[in-house]
Design a protein around this ligand. Sequence first.
Ligand code: PEP
Length: 255
Amino acid sequence: MRTSVIAGNWKCHTRLQSAMALAAGLRERIGGIDGLEKVVCPPFVYLAAVGEALRGSSISLGSQDVHWQDDVAATGEVGPRMLAELAEYVIIGHSERRHQFGETDEMVNRKVKAALAAGLKPLMCVGEVLQERQAGLTEEVLVRQARGGLTGVEMPDGFIIAYEPVWAIGTGTPATDADAANAIAVIRREVASMSGFAKAETVRILYGGSVTPENIAEFMSRSDIDGALVGGASLKVDAFSVIVEEAARVKAGAS
Ligand code: PEP
């Protein structure tokens, strides 16, 4: 039985005051919901403050990126061991990192290994862009990114991957639950070919891309979809709370 995860990616949004208000509001509203993991990923600069605001609650802290080394000359980067002092989870290989900042599968792979070695829980993102989808290359891209990111990785049980079709991120046009489930099956099959069927069955694979309070139930009702990575809707206490509530309700009904 895989425990679902709902993670909020705050991206480059909020200021200190609004980040604190969001954290306090979520603590109040969803702190008491159990049966799934709830994670918020604020910008690096607010990790400490948000972590303090969530201390002792059931909501975990994640970051949006990490470098693969500590104690090196890498201006502007945050190393895995320093990050592990503050956060529990880390998003790695988000499409905005890949496509705006040139992150490659090889960099993703290094980051995943370094994060695991530091005791962090990676949330590794994969997903095709629109042109790849239109050219019928979705499966090929997912296989390449999954294999590239996970080569040589000793995955702990419950490792997290997020399938995020790039064309669905921030567009208001989500994948259908059927398309998401098909893509997730491709990813799980690839993980199985690398690490064995038993390990692949423990891996949590989330869907991300224009998830809202209105559509979360469709995704969660698919047995192969283990949660969601949420961008825009994670910035509002009410929207993110409803997403968490609905996810918990659907998965509880299915178990
Ligand atoms: C994301 O950035 O990971 C994301 C899924 O964004 P949105 O929910 O806004 O599409």
